[in-house]
Design a binder for this molecule. Structure first.
Ligand code: AKB
Length: 318
């Protein structure tokens, strides 16, 4: 049975991935860790405090829990990264290097997500291919490209089983994202339920790739379980499920919440980032090499998001 460590487990992906993996591999086989205590993650399985930049503490956890797979989810996202590039570099690359080194030393499989942010303005905009020009113009993207290259380097040089996907904007209803360019597509659902008014920081016609969290969780498991002999690529796979603009997603939400009003107050930093990213990725390599096949479309996602957030609101949990 796999023993998994999730580093940065308190964030948007980790809070759901921990529960998802515990459901598959058993509660005690998935150790969650983060900088701060987390009651929910500690309630049904092991939880440890860890600063991913503390290499000794990180290695000790891997040794003590006899870990054989590490999910490194530590990251400062794109918009926050632009406010403090040095800190973004320190955290994003520091956590990644510790993950790869510890994976090498303790023979662990490892997963560090990349992003659509690894592409830049000179990458093809539509149907962005798996293998193409990657010259991002954000520190977040620079860290992601380096992370992809280091993952492949550690695989080729040391045999570390490092795998990764390029996540689009992830839409979820457990833990809010923070500091990303795609966050608007999560925040609007909360405001559709709470205040019925949303101020959007991204221009109405800006396309970006997005995905509902259940598909993202399946992608992690499917790739990590994939037969290595079938993987031509490793770090990192394009995955995609839907691409939309603010206008398109707001129209979809208004089908169910007609009172929702939208105001645009474009954030120049976020808009410049959105403009530098692809409109939509070509995910055919992931489909061919490990059977990637997303299940959720925009309308099903909208109905589910409004239902879950509506229930939380009714219980006074928001
Ligand atoms: C961000 O907006 O920074 C992230 C991402 C697409 O990687 N959600």
């Amino acid at each position: 049975m796999k023993k998994i460590l999730i580093v940065g487990a308190g964030g948007q992906i980790g809070s759901e991935l921990t529960m998802h993996l515990r459901g598959i591999y058993g509660n005690n086989n998935v150790v969650a860790c983060d900088l701060k205590p987390n009651e929910k993650l500690g309630a049904n399985g092991p939880f440890e405090i860890l600063d991913a930049l503390d290499a000794q503490g990180f290695a000790k956890l891997v040794k003590d829990h006899q870990i054989d797979a590490i999910y490194n989810l530590v990251a400062l996202l794109s918009a926050t990264g632009e406010k403090n590039p040095q800190l973004a570099w320190k955290i994003n690359i520091g956590a990644l290097m510790n993950t790869l080194e510890i994976a090498r030393e303790y023979n662990c499989q490892c997963f560090t997500p990349s992003s659509i942010g690894a592409f830049g303005p000179s990458s093809p905009k539509d149907g962005t291919p798996q293998d193409t020009v990657m010259r991002p113009t954000t520190i977040y993207g620079v860290c992601k490209v380096l992370g992809e290259m280091l993952g492949d380097y550690y695989f080729q040089r040391f045999g570390v089983d490092a795998r990764s996907v390029r996540f689009p904007g992830l839409i979820s209803n457990v833990t809010l994202p923070g500091g990303g360019t795609t966050d608007y597509a999560v925040e609007v659902y909360y405001e559709a339920v709470k205040s019925k008014h949303f101020v959007c920081p991204i221009a109405p016609e800006s396309y970006m790739d997005m995905m509902y969290m259940p598909d993202a969780l399946n992608a992690c498991v499917q790739l990590m379980e994939a037969d290595p002999s079938k993987l031509v690529h490793r770090n990192s796979f394009n995955i995609a499920s839907m691409s939309f603009t603010p206008e398109i997603i707001f129209a979809n939400i208004k089908k169910y919440v007609p009172e929702l009003t939208i105001e645009y107050n474009v954030d120049p930093v976020k808009q410049a980032i959105a403009d530098s990213w692809p409109n939509s990725l070509d995910d055919s390599c992931a489909r061919e090499e490990w059977g990637w096949n997303p299940k959720w479309d925009m309308d099903a996602m909208t109905q589910d998001m409004l239902k879950v957030i509506g229930e939380k609101h009714a219980k006074g949990l928001l």
